[in-house]
Design a binder for this molecule. Structure first.
Ligand code: KIV
Length: 281
């Protein structure tokens, strides 16, 4: 069955979804088949997240992901031609060194990867960079709260905004980010009372992960959602399937069938039209 015709989601349509009161659906994808599935399912936003450093590359954090990794994976997502908005996540070092380098890297995500928006972590501290990327005509999605690229400064993957100073900083960052023109703000691992206040105060949509039900949208890592990750999962992840068990069982059956001569069978093999003796001496 061909995928249903859908209107392409753009950075501009995100705000319209908030105005309509329609929740925004977002998911990470790093490859062609996942992006096809996400688009077929009707997901609004596909994030080529630097979470791929943990989920695909097996690191304990996201800090080793490079801009080339992100571009490589964005290219595969673009090839799926999803109706969803494609967002490239700018990894550590891609926007921390200089404004010029940040703009160059954001342009690469669009030109070489095919992204229509870039996401980057941080609030007012990153304003110069965000403004310069916006001036290069590239929409920016911001990311506040637990920003995994700052784990060394934060002391680990910890809930943010549960102290008064932190809550104020996140809130004020969100207001200021709207003023400079970001198209959406990801809120990660903050209390739901704080994300509710931020969401109610903004015209641009908030997309939550571990930030409770009041955000304008939600995002999860695909592999977490389908139960492909067997490692520790934060409490905000809801597993909608247990595909880890499914894949493991399939692999074990495959091994068993090979060892017992059950795979491949005749129907899975090619046959000569004639006797082997007609072909070989
Ligand atoms: O890298 C990522 O997947 C993210 C989401 C968790 C928001 O930044």
């Amino acid at each position: 069955m061909p995928p249903p015709e859908r209107e392409k989601i753009t950075s501009v349509s995100l705000k319209a979804l908030k105005e309509k009161g329609q929740k925004i659906t977002a998911i990470t994808a790093y490859d062609f088949p996942t992006a096809r599935l996400a688009s077929l399912a009707g997901i609004d936003v596909i994030l080529v997240g630097d979470s791929l450093g943990m989920v695909l590359q097996g690191h304990a954090h996201t800090l080793k992901v490079t801009i080339d990794d992100i571009i490589y994976h964005t290219r595969h997502v673009e090839r799926a031609e999803p109706h969803s908005l494609i967002v490239s996540d700018m990894p550590f070092r891609s926007f921390h060194v200089s404004v010029e380098k940040a703009v160059e890297n954001a342009c690469r995500c669009v030109q070489e990867g095919g992204a229509a928006t870039v996401k980057l972590e941080g609030g007012r501290k990153r304003f110069k960079v965000i403004e310069a990327i916006l001036n290069a005509e590239i929409p920016v999605m911001a990311h506040l709260g637990l920003t995994p690229q700052s784990i060394h400064q934060l002391g680990g993957f910890k809930v943010q905004g549960n102290l008064r100073d932190q809550a104020r900083e996140i809130y004020e960052d969100a207001l200021a980010l709207e003023q400079i023109g970001v198209c959406a703000i990801v809120l990660e691992s903050i209390p739901l009372e704080l994300s509710q206040r931020i969401t109610d105060s903004l015209k641009v949509p908030t997309i939550g992960i571990g930030a409770g039900k009041f955000c304008d949208g939600q995002i999860l890592v695909f592999q977490d959602l389908v139960g492909l990750t067997e490692l520790y999962l934060p409490k905000f992840v809801r597993r909608y399937a247990d595909t880890h068990a499914l894949w493991l069982e399939a692999l074990q059956k495959y091994i068993d069938d090979i060892r017992h001569g059950r795979f491949p069978d005749d129907s899975e093999s090619y046959h000569l039209k004639g006797d082997i003796a007609d072909f070989l001496p």
